[in-house]
Design a protein around this ligand. Structure first.
Ligand code: KG4
Ligand code: ZN
Length: 364
């Protein structure tokens, strides 16, 4: 029996999990820092790493206790080495190294993005390579051709904000709580997505890239118009024909959300969500078709979004593409997915030594 202890601290979740033989989850403990960062409307890296330092020990002990194992029973330890917040990653990495050294167990380095893909595989054991994979979270919007375990080809990624980041920023603008994704999804339920027209980015573009900053700006302009704030003159254009002063406007001309009617906020949330969902689904299904794949895996925090899941399932069925999304607990950051990806790497003979470093950006 192989027992892998997974450790994940790349962002604002402190997580540990024990996985048996790459399939059976013996325990999975996730401690979210949501309430710590909520007053700031986003993650504060320095606070995140300090909190990981305080909570990782208890989270690890709880994961081992629930799995009814000790360090001595483990086959190996798997830890996220990147991408993520450097300070946060370092807490998980140095703890994993210390435990591996003390217990004389092998250490395996895991890419967080591969972890998200394995989160889907954990719940869909019948899913086999190759497949297309959309990893869509607070830090990433990446499309891959997953050819075989450990073999991925990047097909497209965001040119500006990650989809989750756009959800979080729009929520902040509208006075909704952090994290923005669940708040926008909830508020959108009372709204009409057709009531406000928002642009569809990169529609005619043949690339498989994404873009969300134009959409974010369109939301800002709609809010400014509704709040009666003077938007920057629309006639002034930048050198490449794009509206000027938008970046500055985003930070400095944010109107008070208190002046916005709840019905308007609901409509705007619904319209924004629909625009994001359409773009994600269109690009992901085009990618699957273009590389001749009939399976699409969607993972990462934004994959919790029910509107996205429903839209992908419906459009996927029309296109003959089976769409697999893990359950929400395996979409957001967790250590079960890290243990699963770590097990696959361990089985292939992958080992890290104590010189292993953390990487803020780490391509798959
Ligand atoms: O994967 P994750 O937990 O952490 C990262 O690796 O970034 O993803 C967090 C992101 C946040 O931006 C959050 O707003 C978004 O996922 N998110 C959602 C939903 N739940 C979480 N976005 C849209 N709809 C949701 N229901
Ligand atoms: Zn993630």
């Amino acid at each position: 029996m192989d027992l892998i202890l997974g450790i994940e601290t790349s962002c604002d979740e402190t997580a540990a999990a024990v996985l048996e033989d790459g399939r059976t989850l013996r325990s999975s403990v996730v401690l979210s820092q949501e309430t710590l960062h909520a007053p700031f409307g986003g993650i504060v890296p320095e606070l995140a790493s300090r909190r990981h330092l305080e909570t990782l020990g208890p989270v690890l002990r709880e994961a081992l206790r629930r799995a009814d194992v000790t360090l001595a029973d483990l086959t190996a330890l798997a830890v996220t080495a990147g991408p993520g917040l450097l300070g946060s990653l370092l807490v998980g990495l140095s703890t994993a190294k210390a435990l591996a050294f003390a217990a004389r167990k092998p250490l395996v380095a895991v890419n967080h993005l591969e972890g998200h893909i394995y989160g889907a595989l954990l719940e869909h054991p019948d899913l086999c390579f190759p497949f297309a994979a959309l990893v869509v979270s607070g830090g990433h919007t990446h499309l891959y051709e997953a050819k075989a375990p450990g073999e991925y080809r990047l097909l497209g990624c965001t040119r500006d904000d990650a989809a989750g980041e756009a959800f979080d920023k729009v929520a902040k603008l509208l006075g909704l709580p952090f994290p923005g994704g669940p708040a926008i999804e909830e508020t959108a339920k009372a709204g009409d997505p057709k009531a406000i027209r928002l642009p569809r980015a990169l529609v005619g573009d043949r690339s498989l890239d994404f873009s969300f900053s134009g959409l974010k700006t369109a939301v800002l302009l709609a809010v400014q118009a509704a709040a009666g704030d003077p938007a920057r003159p629309p006639g002034r254009r930048g050198r490449r024909g794009s509206p000027v002063a938008v970046r500055g406007a985003w930070n400095t001309l944010t109107p008070s959300p208190r002046r916005l009617a709840p019905a308007f906020v609901a409509d705007l949330c619904a319209a924004f969500q629909e625009a994001v969902v359409e773009q994600l689904a269109r690009k992901a299904l085009t990618a699957a078709r273009r590389v001749g794949l009939r399976r699409l895996v969607v993972a990462g925090g934004v994959a919790c979004n029910q509107a996205l899941r429903a839209h992908l399932q419906a459009r996927g069925a029309e296109a003959g593409i089976a769409v697999a999304c893990p359950s929400p607990a395996l979409c957001t950051d967790n250590a079960a997915m890290i243990a699963a990806a770590g097990f696959a790497r361990y089985a292939r003979g992958d080992r890290a030594d104590f010189s292993l470093r953390a990487f803020a950006s780490l391509p798959l």
